[in-house]
Each structure stands twice: as C-alpha cells, then as structure tokens.
Design a binder for this molecule. Structure first.
Ligand SMILES: CC(C)(COP(=O)(O)OP(=O)(O)OC[C@H]1O[C@@H](n2cnc3c(N)ncnc32)[C@H](O)[C@@H]1OP(=O)(O)O)[C@@H](O)C(=O)NCCC(=O)NCCS
Length: 202
C-alpha cells in the first residue's frame, strides 16, 4: 500500500526506537507529550514496546520514505498478554523505576505506578479479547492511513480467528473518538476519564 512516500509494512525490530518516539509525540491526548515527561521512554514502556516485542505479528508500521511515522499494535488475547507482561516485561522495569513517593503526582510518577500495577483488562470486556493502540505522527494524519492501519490489523485478527477487539481512548481525545466511530467501532463503556470502544469481527 503506497502513496506519496507512505507505506504500511509489518514491524521490524529496528523500528522499536521509533515506536517509543511516536508514542511520546502523540501521548498527550493525541498531541506531543515530550514536554510532559522527564523520561522520554516511560510512555513507550507501557503503551507501545511490550506489544511490539511480545506480539510482533500484530504490529504494523506506517513509514514515510522508509522512516516510521505511525503504528498500530496490540494483542489477540488481553489475558494472555497480561500474563506475558508479568513474566517477561515488567520485572526489570519495576527494578529500574521504583515506586515513587505518594506525594509525587508528576506524569512520570503516574506511569511508574502503572508499571508496578501492571495491566488489568477492563471488567465487562471479556467478549472482546483483543485490544489495540494506534498512533500516527502529524505528517501522516488525516490522509486515510489510520483507517488503512486499522483495516490491516483487523485482517490479521480475522486470520487468527479472533472474535472481537476493544480499545480505550481518553475522553479528551475528541479526534480519536470520532475516528474510531468512523472506522466502525462502537462505544461499549463510558467512564469519567476514558471510553471503551469495541468491534465484533465475525
Ligand atoms: C486518531 C488517528 C489514529 C486517526 O488517524 P488518521 O490517519 O488521522 O485518520 P484517517 O485519515 O484514516 O480518517 C479515517 C476516518 O476518521 C475520520 N476522522 C479522522 N480524524 C477526524 C476528526 N478529527 N474529526 C472527525 N473525523 C475524523 C476521517 O474523516 C475518516 O472518515 P471517512 O473515511 O469516513 O472520511 C490519528 O489522527 C492519530 O494517530 N492521532 C494522534 C494519536 C492518537 O490520538 N491516537 C489514538 C489514541 S487512543
């Protein structure tokens, strides 16, 4: 799939550092979070890298003239992913990032607490075993590449006989909320801070 230098291709291990960068540059409700975090890797440790490392066949990269500028990644089974992260992903990160003091309310401290808490698949979503994250740098947005990444990901899930997929989006990320509705997801849960979207794949 190519147009004006943009291409979607499967993840390659050399992309990992760019995945961290894209995660940070889209990590503030879709906007650049570089100024919010002292540690530029801490968002990617939680929201991007474990998926690419643990389930690389479900990671696809949007490139612009060969350079990664977006991704979609996720897991076919959230429960199995939680177990994998507990055994293979979080232990060294928990040593590297000790729990911060309770009065530290910085964004970095919030992420450190998430690393210690681990993943907890949201209750009530067991009928949607897969989940995903998608992030595109501004240069690739608004040209249909988000839709194309979702279609690529869903095709792979269908090939794996996955029945349904969910995702979470912050209530402040209005652009992403409209995007998910346009590409066929429906609201499954509404919380104060975030919305769960789902899609059945049969
Ligand atoms: C959200 C995001 C993935 C959307 O990808 P995109 O490539 O910009 O979206 P597309 O161009 O593929 O748009 C697909 C559809 O969504 C709609 N859409 C996208 N952005 C929209 C917006 N701001 N308002 C209304 N509709 C929007 C498009 O109109 C299009 O609908 P159509 O095909 O029926 O015309 C991308 O903008 C992004 O990565 N943003 C920053 C990171 C982020 O917020 N990630 C999600 C975190 S939960």
């Amino acid at each position: 799939m190519t147009a004006m230098g943009f291409t979607i291709r499967p993840y390659h291990p050399s992309d990992l550092v760019e995945l961290y960068r894209i995660c940070l540059r889209t990590g503030a409700s879709g906007e650049d979070a570089s100024e919010l975090y002292l540690d530029p890797d801490i968002l990617g440790h939680y929201y991007a890298a474990p998926y690419a490392v643990g389930e690389p066949s479900l990671c696809f990269v949007l490139t612009n003239d060969g350079r990664p500028c977006g991704y979609i990644l996720g897991t076919r089974d959230s429960k199995t992913f939680v177990d994998w992260c507990e055994h293979h992903w979080f232990p060294p990160l928990r040593e590297r990032y000790p729990l911060p003091p309770v009065d530290d309310v910085s964004p970095d401290a919030r992420m450190m607490r998430l690393i210690h808490a681990g993943y907890h698949p949201p209750e009530g979503l067991t009928e949607f075993p897969a989940h995903l994250h998608i992030d595109i740098l501004p240069e690739g947005q608004g040209q249909g590449w988000g839709r194309a990444l979702v279609q690529t990901f869903l095709k792979q899930l269908r090939a794996l006989d996955v029945p349904a997929v969910h995702l979470g989006v912050g209530t402040r990320n209005h652009r992403a909320i409209q995007f998910y509705e346009r590409v066929g997801f429906h609201k499954v849960q509404e919380h104060q801070e975030w919305i769960a979207f789902g899609m059945h794949l049969a």
